[in-house]
Design a protein around this ligand. Sequence first.
Ligand code: SF4
Length: 257
Amino acid sequence: MRKNLTELANNPDLIPGIYNYCDRWCERCPLTSRCLVYATESEATDNNDTQNDDSRNAAFWQTLSETLAEVRQLIPEWAKQTLDLDTSLQQNSVRRRSRHVDNHPLTKAGKQYANTASEWFRELDHNSEITLTSAERPTEVDRQNPQPFEDAREVIQWYQYQIAVKTMRALSGRKEEIEDPEIADFPKDSDGSAKVALIGIDRSIAAWRLMQLSLSDRAESIVPLILQLDSLRTKLEESFPQARDFMRPGFDQIAAA
Ligand code: SF4
């Protein structure tokens, strides 16, 4: 017999509000067993195997996190070799305080990244003669993940538009916090949203690196996308200096514990 919402909410393992600052990617979430939103959706679809899902998802994000550490070392070198791609972002930042959220440089940069990524995939799909031979895959990626290309694509496309959306929510939240100091208590919702955007950026950078390793002949074309994201990450961190410290219910609290 299916449980109703009250019965589901009585589960003591649930973390209140965990779903407020997540990326809504439940299929990849390592904390589905602690989430009321997931519980209600699972109840509707009769999926009760949340523990196995959580272990698998935790391993997936650990692999991606290791790739992020590696690509961070490569970014400065790529940046040196590339023309200053974020010139327009820097110029725009001078005027950003006077603009509305939709016209904010961070919003524009997020949307620009999403469009560039779309174009990249469109071109890739157009040239469908590209094949992934095992010889193209470095062995360490093969060992960790038998499907680096598909995983990378899935991650990139999940966050592709969410980065801009969460950035806009952060900007909008901050505007409200400034206009109404009563809601500007800590922790700030704007910092929470900015953190979700930053995590999306981190994961996307790592995924693009996996994509480079899977498609060695396209590695160069991916460098500008990584630099674009890295620039956006820097600007977002500058605009929301407390965002990284925001403790998301569940995700960061468990990591800290
Ligand atoms: S916390 Fe996890 S399971 Fe819950 S809504 Fe967010 S992504 Fe889905």
